[in-house]
Design a protein around this ligand. Structure first.
Ligand code: C2E
Ligand code: MG
Ligand code: MG
Ligand code: MG
Length: 291
């Protein structure tokens, strides 16, 4: 048997490895048809202001409702699509759906921003910024309503490739967010040199705030540092009311999490929005409905 460092034999589970490979191949081969059949969809999770408690935007999250394999989550299929280059097709689809939704909300008098997750592979495509500009124009959505989220590791690994595209997107007026902040390697000094507007604290720290004092300290440090750098600070993974209160007290700007709502299919999201209290006359209130 194969050994690692001359020590214990490495056990190979051939059947399960084979099954995994077959499943991957199935996703690779089936993706484009799944998009065409609309088995791939975009769910929206609300993002709320911790100050005004109004809905200020959404994060778009991809889902694949596979006819045989059931509901697939992006943690499974996004890495597969990144490996084959098909991520470009997913991102185009998600941007198109998200900007169409933003337009619908604008037409109903709601200025909600939409955040779309972007992979580093998207930035390697030369005309990515031009594609974004074209989609904003087609849907008549102001660039400042679009936020592109990139993970820390994504931006730092491909700096030379990413930076010019990020600058171009920024000059269009789009907002840029560093996602899953705190889990990667990059220093805050590095963050300062990127054209970034937002930092999203990784949900592992936010989820831990209820029980781990260390996580409270990490979150507080990121909030303070983000503000020092002039960034908007977003907390993801807010599940408990006490955590929401603590985040508001720290001055964290916006939050998303199951406490407010899980990601919802577009139609369910619209119903959820309509169910909220609207306080149009409240002085200084943001225009979104209130949670
Ligand atoms: P992310 O961008 O960090 O998105 C937040 C994830 O946290 C989502 O998982 C969301 O459903 C989950 N979440 C939100 N609130 C809570 C909460 O209160 N508790 C817990 N436990 N989880 C919460 P999801 O939808 O499974 O997406 C996972 C990751 O897949 C995303 O992490 C993002 O990196 C990636 N992803 C999703 N959609 C796309 C896409 O269209 N393109 C690309 N490139 N990546 C995507
Ligand atoms: Mg994200
Ligand atoms: Mg995240
Ligand atoms: Mg994440």
């Amino acid at each position: 048997a194969a050994t690692r460092d001359g020590g214990e034999p490495v056990r190979c589970y051939e059947p399960s490895m084979g099954e995994r490979a077959a499943r991957r191949l199935r996703l690779i081969r089936g993706f484009s048809a799944a998009v065409a059949r609309r088995d791939v969809r975009v769910d929206f999770q609300p993002v709320v202001s911790l100050g005004t408690r109004t809905v200020v935007g959404v994060e778009a999250l991809a889902r694949w409702d596979h006819p045989e394999l059931g509901l697939l989550l992006p943690d499974e299929f996004v890495p597969v699509l990144e490996a084959t280059g098909q991520i470009a097709e997913l991102t185009t689809f998600v941007l198109d759906e998200s900007l169409a939704a933003a337009r619908r909300w604008l037409d109903r008098g709601m200025r909600l921003s939409v955040a779309v997750n972007v992979s580093v592979g998207n930035l390697a495509v030369d005309d990515f910024a031009e594609e974004v500009a074209a989609l904003l124009a087609v849907h008549r959505v102001p660039a400042e309503l679009l936020t592109l989220e990139l993970t820390e590791s994504g931006v730092s690994s491909e700096r030379e490739v990413a930076l010019p595209v990020l600058r171009r997107l920024h000059s269009l007026g789009c907002h840029l967010a560093v996602d899953d902040f705190g889990t990667g390697q990059s220093s805050l000094a590095h963050l300062r040199r990127l054209p970034v507007d937002q930092v999203k604290i990784d949900k592992s720290f936010v989820l831990g705030m209820g029980t781990e004092y260390g996580d409270v300290a990490v979150v507080r440090a990121i909030v303070d540092l983000g503000h020092t750098l002039g960034l908007t600070v977003v907390a993801e993974g807010v599940e408990q009311a006490a955590v929401r209160v603590a985040l508001a007290e720290m001055g964290c700007d916006v939050a998303q999490g199951y406490l407010v709502s899980r990601p919802l299919p577009a139609r369910c999201f619209d119903t959820w929005l309509e169910s909220l209290d609207v306080h149009p006359d409240e002085p200084g209130a943001a225009p979104g409905p209130r949670t």
